[in-house]
Design a protein around this ligand. Sequence first.
Ligand code: FE2
Length: 250
Amino acid sequence: MNKYTNTFEPIFATPFICITWENPKKLNQELKNVILEKKKVDEGIKISNVGGWHSKQDFLTWEAPCVEEFREMILTSIKEMLIKVEGELPAKYFTNWEIEAWANVNEKGHANASHEHTRNKNQWSGVYYVETGEEGSHQISGETVFEDRFYFSGENVFTQRVPSQCINGNPKVREHKITPQSGKMLLFPGTLTHRVEPYLGNKTRITIAFNMKHPDFGVFAYPNSAISYSLKGLIKLALKQKMKKLGWIK
Ligand SMILES: [Fe+2]
């Protein structure tokens, strides 16, 4: 009985790609111009953003050559992802993507609360850093923080970790932080929760975010969508405020 075999497998890894586009300056300047012009005439919408301007999700319909170029970059990112995850696939899987995208303009103090993107059954999501704003330490740049909420304690495995490294005092939570860099594009599953830390620089910070879905891939209902919960919360709050205004409640 003292002989044995075993297998070790780090299960449930999350597919995540970071693409660094070369020489992005010209494109970024054009994207910046288009976005700031739109901001002047459109008040935008509020979803997970805490302050800042969030455009409608119709960015890819804005008429400008840089927008078309950006659409192609998104398609390249999903192609790279699918090849990594599945290997070569028939061409139809690299086209026919339904994509919605929106621009975010953040000033000092603006952030995005924790959320994910399964609203409307999105499969993949991404973000592109157009303008990082004030260059400086990672603490001021409004890092994008991806959140592992599988509740496995790192301290149980990694002897060098100390309790002070726990996230918000919770040892069962892991996070992956990305410092913004102009020309970087991230692509990740729509189910992966993330947030944007408060941006503390003095110059404008601009990003473009996007969601993707494709009819030839399975689309699940995601009944426990966190975003649906937060939207319910926002609707409740809005109703409460309205009722207060009307004097129906205190
Ligand atoms: Fe997001």
